[in-house]
Design a protein around this ligand. Structure first.
Ligand code: SF4
Length: 694
């Protein structure tokens, strides 16, 4: 007798939320998913999970899901349901028509770090081989693009250097601009366990997160810096390490460019980078800065874990470089238990970047200007590749407003909700003549769309995701896609409607093409993934079993580069009208703008975003706990309820951005990272005043 709800089969797959990449058994009864059980052989999670992976999968069956393609001639018309053939012909005709009228570079693509590696590879191939340009970008633009630049410049490739297991070897963890308890919970548990065993902990964060102090752990040092001053703090730590001669001399001499080191040492030794001078800029007491630097440099093996509190700044790339400098100075890269690790927010940020979804890079972080690399893909695809880098997301929107960018294929990304300066995004979308939205739900961006292609959820397709430790995990089809097709098939159908002749019948063939064209994936295949369970790239003849630890014998680029990191204050200034600094983050039970988690059982744990404000700042404004307040910036305003707490310092307020009503991006500015255009989401000058609610 089989009881109601008793599973009759299970399929091992990978969580589609954060970059930890937990493995789950999707347990089925017939065609119904009964539960998601953490998989004990999953190498990233070893049987553990958080509430999102375990409970927040119901969105796949939510009534809001769109299952049929839809088209309309203009955005003021109602949607018309049509067949897949009609929708794809309509989209292809419009996009080709725009290219004929406005030029080959008048259209482009935005893809999502939620998609599989195979889907992402196909989308950038569509752009390069079918559209004939490099106008392909990814939502990693607005999160970890500075990681790509910073780690590329210093180490030679954009990836975390350690595996999660090696946290068990670390003597000191420094967490900067990340809140793993909420953002990367399963990894946070492993980290906390190591701290309880005696490893030291430094937390650099404007807010007193759970990593600073909780029932189980207490950080040795919390550096509660003023938002926007990361570069000054990390450079001051380097000042202490260099001036107190705490550097690893033999490591720097043998592993790094020595002449660059000398110039860098000269730079950081300047008294203007001293802890005392830095205290004035950052608000962090000089003695704490000094003590944290000494601890990091001398305790043994030190690991740095960082998140969007590092990257989403006007100096995001500079901070990534500063962090890499710190690790190289102290010999903390390329040994077990030490390293530099971007904690990737979305499940496949790493893979999305690996797969060439930036407008200047082909798969494997190789520049489109490199003729030898282009030749590899030209031979594989049978078409010439444009050597000029394409447009980034903000450039696409600017060009749309200016009238030169006319058509967009937007896969799995709600740019109207997720990108900064909502008014500008809306103006760009409104100026386009063909917007194709490919998603599960009619998101906010779809208000400006002419074609809607219903997407498939992670439960309905085969593929791979790559987690924050470069681990390629299999995603396995658990049920048939109710929209009829997996996303990779939809991209292939669009390509073929535009004149291509792609004939993939399974994502494993796409992975074979990735392996044939991308050296760091050369030995990756679905057969190898079945055999090994998962693989950390690079995996090739030099590293046939994959690579848990990078840069062991030398950096990918050869000698590591210590690059000068001059602190430049953001242009976003406080003043009498906007005297407080707003910074943002996440909570455990929700995910980004909540498109998935708000349509699942997780919604019961979080019904609104709130504004955290220090008791002193609240009292000054007559704000009491739970009051409605107006949050206003130079860009716009919104309403939230206040939560009075000393987790934030005076002068700093904090909110999450999980609910559309919050409209956090109405508030944020259009300042961005100097190197990559990653938006400066983490620093906005605001005013808070009592209000009557929305
Ligand atoms: Fe999913 Fe991340 Fe939670 Fe693991 S820690 S279950 S990958 S959301």
């Amino acid at each position: 007798v089989i009881e109601m709800g008793t599973p009759t089969k299970s399929v091992v797959t990978t969580c589609a939320y954060c970059g930890v990449g937990c493995s789950f058994k999707a347990e089925m009864r017939g065609d119904e998913l009964v539960r998601m059980t953490p998989y004990k052989h999953g190498k990233a999670n070893r049987g553990h999970s958080c509430v999102k992976g375990r409970f927040a999968y119901g969105y796949a069956k939510h009534k809001d899901r769109i299952l049929n393609p839809m088209i309309r001639d203009s955005v003021d018309q109602p949607w018309k349901e049509v067949s897949w053939d009609e929708a794809l012909t309509f989209a292809a005709t419009k996009m080709r028509g725009l290219q004929e009228k406005y030029g080959q570079k008048s259209i482009g693509v935005i893809t999502s770090s939620r998609c599989t590696n195979e889907e992402t590879y196909l989308v950038q191939k569509l752009t390069r081989a079918v559209f004939g340009n490099n106008n392909t970008d990814t939502c990693a633009r607005v999160c970890h693009s500075p990681t790509g630049y910073g780690l590329g410049q210093t180490f030679g490739t954009s990836a975390g250097t350690q595996d999660f297991d090696s946290v068990e070897e670390t003597d000191c963890a420094m967490i900067i601009g990340a809140n793993p308890t909420d953002g990367h919970p399963v990894f946070a548990s492993r980290l906390k366990k190591r701290i309880r065993q005696g490893a030291k902990l430094i937390v650099v964060d404007p807010r007193r997160t759970d990593m600073v102090k909780s029932n189980h752990i207490q950080a040795d040092h919390h550096l509660p810096l003023r938002p926007g001053t990361n570069v000054a703090v990390v450079t001051a730590m380097a000042h202490v390490i260099v001036t107190e001669n705490l550097i690893d001399q033999s490591y720097v001499r043998t592993r790094c460019d020595w002449d660059e080191y000398l110039a860098y040492a000269d730079f950081v030794s300047d008294p203007r980078h001293s802890p005392e001078a830095t205290e004035l800029l950052t608000g962090v007491p000089a003695e704490d800065l000094r003590a944290a630097a000494r601890l990091y440099a001398t305790v043994g093996k030190s690991s740095i874990y960082y998140g969007l509190g590092v990257t989403e700044h006007s100096q995001g790339s500079t901070t990534v470089i500063a962090i890499a400098n710190l690790a190289m100075l102290t010999g903390n890269v390329g040994i077990n238990g030490a390293g530099v690790n971007p904690l990737r927010g979305q499940n496949n940020v790493q893979g999305s970047c690996d797969m060439g979804s930036f407008p200047h890079e082909l798969p494997g972080y190789r520049h489109v200007k490199n003729a030898d690399v282009r030749e590899v893909f030209e031979n594989a695809w049978g078409v010439p590749i444009d050597p000029e880098p394409g447009l980034r997301i903000p450039n696409m929107l600017d060009a749309a407003v200016e009238g030169t960018f006319k058509g967009l294929y937007c896969q799995g990304e709600d740019i109207l909700q997720s990108d900064p300066d909502t008014k500008h995004v809306a103006a760009g979308l409104a100026a386009m003549e063909c917007v194709i939205v490919h998603d599960l739900f009619l998101n906010e961006t779809a208000n400006y769309a002419h074609v809607f292609l219903p997407g498939s959820s992670f439960l309905e397709k085969d593929g791979t995701f790559t987690n924050a430790e470069r681990r390629i995990n299999r995603v396995r089809k658990v049920m048939a896609p109710p929209n009829g097709y997996a996303d990779w098939e939809i991209t292939q159908m669009l390509a073929n409607a535009m004149g291509a002749n792609w004939t993939y019948t399974h994502p494993s063939q796409i992975m074979d093409e990735i392996a044939a064209t991308t050296p760091s994936f050369a030995n990756v295949s679905y057969e190898a993934l079945e055999e090994k369970g998962s693989i950390q790239w690079p995996c090739n003849d030099a590293h046939p079993e994959g690579t848990p630890l990078m840069h062991v014998d030398g950096f990918v680029r050869g000698k590591g580069r210590l690059i000068v990191t001059e602190y430049v204050a953001t242009d976003e200034k406080t003043g009498p009208r906007f005297p407080l600094l707003l910074t943002t983050g996440r909570i455990l039970s929700q995910y980004n703008v909540g498109a998935q988690t708000r349509r699942t059982e997780n919604s019961v744990w979080h019904d609104q975003d709130v504004l955290e404000i220090h008791p002193h700042d609240a009292e000054l404004r007559g704000v009491k706990d739970g009051d409605w307040i107006k949050l206003a910036s130079r860009s716009g305003e919104t309403s939230l309820r206040a939560q009075i707490t000393d987790r934030v310092s005076t002068g700093v307020v904090y909110t999450t951005f999980h609910h559309p009503d919050t409209q956090a991006n109405v508030i944020t500015t259009d300042f961005s990272d100097w190197a990559t255009n990653c938006p400066e989401y983490k620093v906005t000058a605001v005013q808070v005043s009592l209000s009557n609610g929305p």
